[in-house]
Write a new protein. Structure first.
Length: 104
């Protein structure tokens, strides 16, 4: 599976569903890079790893003046993707996301 491209996501939170965009790009050396853009801002996918049709990464974002880390992982099936974002806070529930490839 080729994850490269832009994915339009819908992230389910305790406060409703929110749109986000996930972008994967191939570097000149063949490595996969990416970033996520949401209402919280734009953040690179750090320590991005892929296995088959899936990926895992670390994201850091600022929200109301505080920095937060989250893990993000997902699995693509054709032009659909789903996964989980887990903010590294004891009280934060895992946030599920689903989405479709924007540039198919």
């Amino acid at each position: 599976m080729n994850l490269s491209g832009t994915w339009n996501l819908e992230v389910s939170t305790p406060f409703g569903k929110h749109p986000a965009t996930l972008v994967f790009e191939r570097g000149g050396d063949g490595s996969l890079n990416g970033h996520i853009d949401s209402r919280l801002g734009n953040a690179p996918l750090l320590n991005l790893s892929t296995t088959g049709d899936g990926f895992d990464a670390l994201v850091t974002m600022d929200f109301q003046g505080r920095g937060y880390e989250a893990t993000i992982g997902g699995l693509a099936d054709g032009d659909r993707i789903e996964g989980t974002i887990k903010v590294k806070l004891p009280i934060a529930p895992p946030l599920k996301f689903t989405g479709t490839r924007a540039d198919s």
